[in-house]
Design a protein around this ligand. Structure first.
Ligand code: 5GP
Ligand code: ZN
Length: 137
């Protein structure tokens, strides 16, 4: 896509600090570095986000994640790592070319605060919702 910033990075039209590359996938440092080593893993082919991908394309991107994640953790001495993927504006997506954020974690004050709301479990509601959503064959 001609007006996509990540397609331009793939094409070498704008620079990026690359940390991994294969035929289908590219990983490079995010310019904002929310935590040290903050990396984006992207498919070289343009997809708007995960909702736009088939299993094969998504599999190729995620297949690259473990090795990059281990490299970041080991080389930077991180204690852990968050994997974040935003799909559509409501979820915070700002660049509309699929990307997986890898965020090395160091301690509680490393610049990233991901907090889930903890609700009391409603088991009948969970069962009903799962029945509605079930995708099994
Ligand atoms: P999103 O909010 O869509 O999940 O994440 C988009 C990410 O892309 C942001 O973290 C932002 O810092 C990063 N980003 C935007 N433009 C560029 C760029 O030109 N180069 C790099 N390396 N990262 C970018
Ligand atoms: Zn693109």
């Amino acid at each position: 896509m001609s007006d996509c910033i990540f397609c331009k990075i793939v094409a070498g039209e704008i620079p990026a600090s690359k940390v991994y590359e294969d035929d289908q996938v590219l990983a490079f440092l995010d310019i904002t570095q929310v935590t040290k080593g903050h990396t984006l893993v992207i498919p070289k082919k343009h997809y708007r986000n995960v909702l736009d991908m088939d299993a094969e394309a998504a599999g190729q991107v995620f297949a690259a994640v473990p090795a990059i994640a281990r490299q970041l953790k080991e080389k930077l001495g991180a204690s852990g790592l968050n994997i974040v993927n935003n799909n559509e504006e409501a979820a915070g997506q700002t660049v509309f070319h699929t990307h997986i954020h890898l965020l090395p974690r160091f301690d509680q004050n490393d610049g990233l605060d991901i907090q889930f709301t903890v609700n009391e479990p409603d088991f009948p509601a969970l069962a009903n919702l799962a029945q509605e959503l079930y995708l099994g064959e």
